[in-house]
Every structure is written in structure tokens, then in C-alpha cells.
Design a protein around this ligand. Structure first.
Ligand code: NI
Length: 156
């Protein structure tokens, strides 16, 4: 495994559409492993492949309940709305309030190529929406949002 460099907002690749993954080969498995290491190293709760410069449809999420890897994820159902705090490793040091669905159903493939379905609510639903948005080049700042803190506000 290796740490990968996280692209920061302003970088063109963050705004491109990612391509579906047709073959889950060693390169993709290494990508997923590297993404996990990179996310944990940066204390993130999610990471999408385009954030490390790879325009393929892979995202990972871990909100403290274990690592979830999603290949070619699709949001197939949404329900309700929630308002809450959100950050992005590509927009370092900023936290903002963004509206998201309260509940989502996501279909994807896991690393073995098996179809998986996740029904998520609350913060996990938010994390799925945020990461899957990266695959179409969308960042949370594209939505109405209210910045609640920046790194300059913190003591460190
Ligand atoms: Ni992000």
C-alpha cells in the first residue's frame, strides 16, 4: 500500500466525470488499498478515486463503522432531507452545512465484483452522497452551503 496525493479544489481532474470500472484487476485493488490508507492517514471519512487523480468510479467510506468500498456506485433511491456539517479532503480545513437526502439506497460492486446494496441514513447517507458526487465532478460547494468553520478558526 502507498499513500497517494490528494488533489485540492481548483485542480481540473476533480471536475471531470469518472469512468465505470469494467475489470476489477490488481490495479483497481491496489487503488482501493491506497485510497483507504490515504483516507485514514488524513482522518477522512470518505475518499473518491478522482481525489487521488484516478478518473474511475471507485469510492470508499468509513464513518467509524468499518470500511465500505463501492465500485460503480449508483444512488437508486433517496428519501427526505437532512441538514448537517460536511467537509472534504480536497477542500482542506473547511466545514460547511449542506443539505442532503436523509436516506439513500446505493447499489454498487464490491472488490470481488459482487453486487451489493446499502440502505443508509443520516451521516452515512451524507457520506455516500458526497463521495458519489465526486464521480461526476461535483463538490459540496456546488450546492447552497454555509461555511461554519475554517482551519484559521482552530488553534492548531
Ligand atoms: Ni470530498
Amino acid at each position: 500500500m502507498a499513500l497517494r496525493n490528494i488533489l485540492v479544489e481548483g485542480e481540473e481532474r476533480l471536475r471531470k466525470k469518472s469512468r465505470p470500472i469494467e475489470n476489477i484487476d490488481d490495479r483497481i485493488l491496489t487503488l482501493l488499498d491506497d485510497m483507504a490508507q490515504t483516507m485514514y492517514e488524513n482522518n477522512g471519512v470518505g475518499l473518491a478515486a478522482p481525489q487521488v487523480g484516478v478518473l474511475r468510479q471507485a469510492v470508499i467510506v468509513d464513518i467509524g463503522e468499518g470500511l465500505i468500498e463501492l465500485i460503480n456506485p449508483q444512488i437508486v433511491e433517496t428519501e427526505g432531507t437532512q441538514s448537517g456539517e460536511e467537509g472534504c479532503l480536497s477542500i482542506p480545513g473547511v466545514v460547511a452545512i449542506v443539505e442532503r437526502p436523509q436516506k439513500v439506497v446505493v447499489k454498487a460492486l464490491d472488490r470481488s465484483g459482487k453486487e451489493v446494496t446499502y440502505t443508509a441514513e443520516g451521516f452515512l447517507a451524507r457520506a455516500f452522497c458526497h463521495e458519489i458526487d465526486h464521480l461526476s465532478g461535483t463538490l459540496y460547494i456546488d450546492y447552497p452551503h454555509q461555511i461554519v468553520s475554517t482551519q484559521e478558526d482552530e488553534e492548531k
